[in-house]
Design a protein around this ligand. Sequence first.
Ligand SMILES: Nc1nc2c(ncn2[C@@H]2O[C@H](COP(=O)(O)OP(=O)(O)OP(=O)(O)O)[C@@H](O)[C@H]2O)c(=O)[nH]1
Ligand SMILES: [Mg+2]
Length: 459
Amino acid sequence: MNQSQKQQITDKLNENKQPGKVWDESRLIVLLIGISLMAEGALIHYQAGDSQFLVAVVTGVAGLLMTLMAYFLPFEQEPEDEQESEDKQKPSELKPVEPKVEEITQEKTAEPEPQVTEKILEQEVEKPVEKPVETVAEEPELSWFERLTKGLTKTRTGFIGKLKKLVLGSTKIDSDLLEELEEALYEADVGVKTTGELLSFLHEKVEKENITDPNQIYALLKDNLKNRLNKYAAPPTLSPDGLTVYLIIGVNGVGKTTTIAKLANYFTNAGKKVVLAAGDTFRAAAIDQICIWGERAKVDVIHGNEGGDPGALVFDAIHAAKKREADLLIIDTAGRMHVKANLMSELKKIQKIAEKESCGGPHEILLVLDATTGQNAVQQAKQFNEALPITGLVVTKLDGTAKGGVLFAVEEQISAPVKFIGVGEKMNDLMPFEPTEYLQALFADDSDKKKESDYNVVK
Ligand SMILES: Nc1nc2c(ncn2[C@@H]2O[C@H](COP(=O)(O)OP(=O)(O)OP(=O)(O)O)[C@@H](O)[C@H]2O)c(=O)[nH]1
Ligand SMILES: [Mg+2]
């Protein structure tokens, strides 16, 4: 009897079973053995007759007992929880569950995934709107003089503050005071020549005019500095007709590209049409940098590829600027060490091309100097001036130094005037150099002044 046959019989018996009685496989086997034994007993009696009567009876009785056992033996009580779980699986009681499952399935199928994602995204997008809006205190727009004064704070409290303290704090003017003054001027990068000249001037005044009041000495010192600065200043040159070309040069990182952006902003505000040339084809990302600045200043940038010939770029840029009827083309160059002869000769080549392709250009060869580098800036000025006819200086990062005497020191070395000064990283942190304004800012009284008229003016 195979498994399926056994199952059929079991099912048949179970159809009419009393509640709690189950015809399982083992009970079925006992029943079959019992029936077989009864048949065996009958067979023995039939074949062997009376001689095997006892064996036949014992076998038949054993079979009968087993058959009765299979039928009457108490059925195993199924465990309560099993009964319960069986009850739970009854079709009638599953009904409320099935629709639930379907509902979930239907909900899921009715709402395709993208919609869910969209909903989540919507919620995420909506979140920031619910956030309270942060109120950022707007920085008030400062005038150029206010920015200059703010930018020169370090020098004013450093170099100038020291001079003030020395001179105005003295009770008498003697050689000790002059010596201390000399030290303070050196420390502030004013330079050997300028310091020497300043001290001889003061000495002479004290001797000849018999000055004993420190306030007078202080006023003389300021006068002398002012006269010097006046000599160092000159307005930027612009071609009376046609395109003006500016070539911007200097060592690495002094602020050439930033200065170019500031110049573009300054001249655009003055009503000029400005175009920039990305002549730094050497440094990686230099082209991107000037393009970004160009966008901010809203001017066109003529650029080639990294590693390209800067001379060819300058040639193209001059023609492109002319075609655009621009007033001013400002050429950026790669930063180079002033001691590298081959790099300096590359600059000369660019200058020659600009000279040839523009009428009277380059109208300015501006050497950018970083005020924070002190005596190094002086050396750079000297060597760049030997290689190229520098027409002017741009002194940047005056906001980053407490010395500020570099302006005087550079003038000892080259005769080129300071054309622009930079006092910060923003677009409007550069202006043409105005000595009077510069001195006003340098000697300003720092007691929380806000407007130009609030500051002590050096006359
Ligand atoms: N504080 C301050 N930072 C400045 C000023 N001018 C430029 N800088 C900063 O100086 C850094 C160098 O400026 P760049 O314009 O890239 O200098 P660069 O000479 O073109 O540099 P290279 O192209 O590498 O030779 C930048 O971080 C500028 O923001 C300034 O007047 N004040
Ligand atoms: Mg640069």
